[in-house]
Design a protein around this ligand. Structure first.
Ligand code: UT7
Length: 333
């Protein structure tokens, strides 16, 4: 029997402050109507000043540990995904490890943006399959709202993003019952890095951080929205089709699809291309906005806790984002 890894616990934490489109109307030259029509977003969560992605990740981790009914001391490895670390370095993996009081165990950071959770899950899955670790905390968390351009220059991006964290515990499934992570597929194309990035700092800069770049807004995220939209709509279905084929499944076998929550129009486009009924597509972007690496595990946790995802269900995850990076995972619950 090949050991599969299985998700034994999930948790998420979003900061309590809710920012509606109407709140944004007071901060940005935008309208509730524009945001809803273009993205499907109604509200998102914002951190208070002083809260970092490691704080959100820590809170999410505690909930996943409780849900998995394990003692935190049993965790033997951490993988953390974020594009918005507390510090330029080190990453948030070690910071979450310290907050959990788990000194000594390895903590790996994954920098794959919106696809970060699928990349992290894939790495964790390999470690479990090879019996390297027995209980891995995979955590994804983002604090993005403290570094958005709320002027007209950045309003296309600023209205989309929210803050949040989510975590899962991955363990070996010792039973031969077919449950667990069936596959992960990872892709990237760095030729399109500049379509969605923070341009500065760059290797050309000496010293690395320069005041004029603050004035020129080079430390804000930049996005070629139309290119990203087009590629996201194409690459996510491609990644799902490859995964289904490898597992000998058809789209009819899929009980739930969780696409990265980047834009509800993208999720609906992905559903249309895959010919999957929209009722099977999990969508929470209306309440969360785009929480980048955290978006899929937040939706997963909500769906498990609400009973929407049940034991025996086949769930497909897919993401696309900065890099470009994209991928898919198939999980039997
Ligand atoms: O998670 C990572 C992956 N990210 C994504 O997948 C996001 C992908 N891209 C998108 O979702 C869409 O491109 C956006 C939602 C970002 C933008 O939608 P769009 O339909 O591509 O709009 P646009 O950028 O072409 O802008 C259309 C108009 C422009 O005005 P003009 O030139 O037509 O007069 C913009 O200036 O909308 C204007 N606009 C806004 N108006 C009100 C841009 N942002 C806003 C805003 N409020 N926030």
């Amino acid at each position: 029997m090949n050991t599969k890894s299985i998700i034994t616990g999930t948790g998420h934490f979003v900061p309590p402050k809710v920012v509606t489109n109407f709140d944004l109307e007071k901060m940005i030259n935008t309208t509730d109507e524009w945001i809803r029509q273009r993205s499907g977003i109604v509200e998102r969560h914002y951190v208070e000043s002083g809260v970092g992605s490691s704080d959100l990740g820590y809170e999410a981790a505690l909930r996943a540990i409780e849900n998995a009914k394990i003692n935190k001391s049993e965790i033997d490895f951490i993988i953390a995904a974020t594009l918005s670390p507390d510090h330029y370095f080190p990453g948030i993996g070690v910071l979450i490890q310290a907050k959990l009081d788990l000194s000594g165990i390895g903590a790996l950071d994954v920098r794959n943006q919106c696809t970060g959770f699928i990349y992290a899950l894939s790495v964790a899955d390999q470690y479990i399959r090879t019996h390297t670790y027995k209980k891995i905390l995979v955590v994804a968390a983002e604090v993005q709202t403290s570094n958005l351009d709320y002027s007209d220059d950045g309003r296309d991006i600023a209205v989309l993003f929210g803050d949040g964290g989510a975590a899962v515990i991955l363990e070996p499934n010792d039973k031969d019952d077919g449950r667990g992570v069936l596959s992960t597929h990872l892709f990237s194309d760095g030729n399109f890095a500049s379509d969605l990035w923070m341009e500065k700092p760059s290797p050309k800069d000496n010293p690395t951080f320069r005041k004029e770049y603050i004035d020129e807004k080079k430390y804000y995220p930049y996005m070629n929205g139309r290119n990203v939209f087009k590629n996201a709509s194409e690459k996510m279905p491609e990644a799902v089709k490859i995964a289904l084929e490898e597992n000998g499944l058809t789209i009819e076998d899929v009980d739930h699809l969780i696409p990265h929550q980047a834009n509800d129009r993208i999720s609906l486009m992905v559903a249309k291309i895959l010919r999957i009924p929209v009722e099977k597509v999990i969508r929470n972007i209306d309440r969360m906005g785009n929480t980048t690496a955290a978006s899929i595990p937040i939706a997963l946790d909500e769906s498990l806790k609400s009973g929407r995802i049940k034991e025996g269900d086949t769930v497909v995850l897919t993401a696309f984002g900065s890099g470009y990076t994209w991928g898919s995972a198939v999980i039997k619950f």
